[in-house]
Write a protein that binds this ligand. Structure first.
Ligand SMILES: [Zn+2]
Length: 142
């Protein structure tokens, strides 16, 4: 039976080996503090079985590989603006004016937002998708 001052096999965190240890303290008949007979380090008791698990956990704990750096986030997964615009009649692009009335899918050149296309029409307003933004603009005020 293990007792304070007695010897017990334990995993030494310094030697990284299961070695004979001298028991320094016990709780409920289990050693909690031990001194390595080889290196004389005093540490918490780790049984040989727990040590095997701990070693396995340490081996698997490292990240499998370094994370890829940043290249993925520069390309949005969404369809590009050019692709969206490509299906529309760009040749018929007309400058934006609140006095004009725009229809769905018409291509619009806006003095501030650049080229866009009509992606929605409702109640005297027109939603135009530009390269960097989607704007709700008035139309049909002529
Ligand atoms: Zn040791």
């Amino acid at each position: 039976m293990v007792k304070v001052g007695g010897e017990v096999d334990a995993f030494c965190t310094k030697c990284q080996l299961t070695l004979a240890h001298t028991v320094h303290a016990m709780v409920s008949e289990r050693p909690v503090k031990v001194e390595c007979n080889t290196c004389h380090a005093v540490h918490r008791y780790k049984g040989p079985i727990g040590a095997a698990k701990a070693a396995a956990k340490a081996a698997h704990g490292r990240p499998a590989s370094a994370r890829a750096n940043g290249t993925a986030r520069e390309r949005p997964a969404a369809v590009s603006f050019e692709e969206l615009l490509g299906g529309r009649n760009v040749a018929a692009a007309q400058p934006y004016s609140p006095k004009k009335t725009f229809a769905m899918d018409e291509v619009v050149d806006h003095p501030m937002f650049g080229r866009g296309f009509v992606s929605g029409v409702r109640d005297g307003k027109v939603e135009i998708t530009f390269r960097s933004d989607v704007k709700i603009l008035v139309h049909g005020r002529g």
